[in-house]
Design a protein. Structure first.
Ligand code: SF4
Length: 83
């Protein structure tokens, strides 16, 4: 994986890493997932955040493409929560 500031995993990772994370997203039960529009908005917010490095949030260590898919998850930056 190349280090890419403000890149989502989809843009920065090897295909197998990306596929593995998306497989985990697909396994989140529908009732626990955000609608597609909200998911896209969350990822857009992450894409302009200084804490995003190669798809990983430096605040929490999560792949944002996974974290953002969960209905109950929040952006971990309590001081300036973006979603
Ligand atoms: S701090 Fe929030 S907006 Fe920034 S990368 Fe992490 S989850 Fe995304």
């Amino acid at each position: 994986m190349r280090e890419c500031k403000r890149c989502l995993l989809r843009q920065a990772a090897e295909d197998d890493t990306w596929a593995s994370v998306m497989e985990k997203v697909e396994k989140i039960p529908a009732r626990d997932r955000v609608p597609d529009g909200i998911y896209r908005e969350r990822l857009e917010a992450c894409s302009s955040c200084d804490y995003l490095i190669s798809g990983v949030c430096m605040k929490c260590g999560c792949y944002v493409e996974f974290r953002a898919a969960h209905r109950r998850m929040k952006c971990p930056d309590a001081a300036a929560r973006r979603w």
